[in-house]
Design a protein around this ligand. Structure first.
Ligand SMILES: O=C(O)CCC(=O)C(=O)O
Length: 423
């Protein structure tokens, strides 16, 4: 059986490690790295007229004669590209490193099947699509883990929360934060950071409200009662907190999968929804809206302002502060202190802050997945071995949260108090 030349179209992304444009596509399992650097032949952000950031190139892959008797060999393939510039060269290298094995495997499967009399077209198509969906699911899980390790933050696209619900929730958030002070004060703050925080000396441009245990029955209703919310506002807040909670559970499952672990993550954990408003004025431009911190919990799913930037994250590799540009319709994920403990130091509890870039109100909504309510925070035992001794002793999440405040250690320094001494 002779397999003829095949024409393949491969896509490659700009690989500049730019947090500005780092996205994880939850639906299609693709990690898209978008560059904000101009690229020859492309627009300002490496995008084409249709706003696509992926670079496509047409290739010709020539495969030598393959028959059932030599289907197990590793033949040389020739790759010819129309674009033989630097992008073409990288595509070619990427194909030879990753794509070749895949293509040859498909060819082998085909050859073996044909030697046995052949599969029907439908069988082949069904098998292909099953394999593609399994492979892309686990590739996505691995990419999520890598993003947690390398940056501790990433943007999600195709996350399943509708743009309509996102923008309705933003509108409700803005209307809540525009309420008179005496009404906002009804959102109590028994513990720092859990309820309403008015503008104050320490945070002169920041004000925020909170729904503690937002996934517990009645929590959203109680919050809405405090503010005298309308049925519409109530419905939106309820739907959004549910949608984000479900997304968090999904992320937890994918992180487990990416780490090769079983069980469940985040089931029965405390969550908190926060509504944030930054009163940016001409006088505050250049000042800090939210001081440098890491998030205390495992992860935060953030709907940042769709227009006004200001969020900045610290690169784990270089220590540089990198602006995180708004990207409407996406959700930002920040990995927190508890994830660092859980992963035995593998995940990065990203340090971040919010700066005032321009004199316009900035609004954001954050779902914090905090920590287990009834059990201790501890490292997954599968991630501990003689080469990776356990870095932390088990502790209560609330105890840790209090220590972070009392020791004034907003960037995770209080974790040192729970360091194991076994190394
Ligand atoms: O408002 C933002 O974009 C970020 C808020 C934040 O850092 C946080 O809630 O931890």
């Amino acid at each position: 059986m002779v397999v003829e030349r095949r024409r393949l179209e491969l896509a490659s992304a700009e690989t500049r490690q730019s947090i500005l444009r780092r996205t994880v596509d939850l639906e299609h399992g693709a990690l898209i790295l978008r560059s904000s650097m101009p690229h020859p032949g492309l627009g300002r952000r490496g995008q084409d007229a249709a706003d696509n950031s992926l670079l496509k190139a047409e290739k010709l892959v020539e495969i030598p004669y393959i028959a059932d008797e030599n289907a197990d060999e590793d033949p040389d393939v020739t790759v010819t590209l129309k674009n033989d510039g630097s992008i073409g060269k990288r595509l070619k290298e990427a194909f030879l490193a990753k794509g070749k094995a895949f293509v040859l495997e498909q060819v082998r499967v085909f050859v073996v099947a044909m030697a046995k009399g052949g599969s029907t077209k439908e069988e082949l198509r069904a098998r292909c699509s099953r394999r593609r969906s399994n492979a892309s699911r686990s590739r996505l899980a691995e990419k999520l883990v890598r993003a947690c390790e390398e940056w501790g933050c990433f943007r999600l696209i195709n996350h399943g929360v509708s743009e309509k619900l996102m923008s309705e929730t933003k509108a409700v958030t803005r209307s809540f934060l525009d309420l008179p002070l005496e009404i906002k004060m009804r959102n109590p703050s028994p513990v720092e950071g859990k309820g309403y925080i008015p503008l104050n000396y320490a945070t002169p441009v920041f004000e925020g409200m909170g729904i503690f245990e937002s996934a517990s029955p009645g929590a959203v209703d109680d919050f809405c009662n405090q503010l005298g919310a309308s049925p519409h506002q109530r419905e939106i807040m309820f739907k959004y907190s549910q949608a984000l909670y479900d997304l968090a559970q999904d992320l937890g499952a994918k992180l487990l999968e990416g780490m090769g672990l079983h069980g469940d993550l985040f089931n029965g954990w405390s969550c908190q929804l926060r509504l944030n408003k930054y009163h940016n004025t001409p006088q505050s431009v250049g000042q800090t809206g939210a001081v440098m911190h890491s998030d205390p919990g495992f992860l935060t799913i953030l709907q940042d302002d769709e227009i006004i930037g200001g969020l900045e994250a610290v690169s784990r590799n270089t220590g540089e502060l990198v602006p995180v540009d708004p990207m409407p319709g996406t959700l930002m994920v920040n990995i927190g202190d508890i994830a660092k403990v859980w992963s035995n130091g593998r995940f990065c509890n990203v340090k971040h802050r919010v700066q005032c870039y321009e004199a316009k109100i900035r609004t954001s909504i954050a779902l914090f997945v905090l920590g287990p309510r009834d059990t201790k925070v501890e490292t997954r035992h599968e991630l501990v071995d003689s080469e990776h001794p356990n870095l932390y002793i088990p502790f209560d999440f609330e105890e840790y949260r209090t220590l972070r405040i009392t020791t004034r250690a907003p960037t995770g320094g209080a974790l040192e108090l729970f360091r194991a001494t076994n190394f």
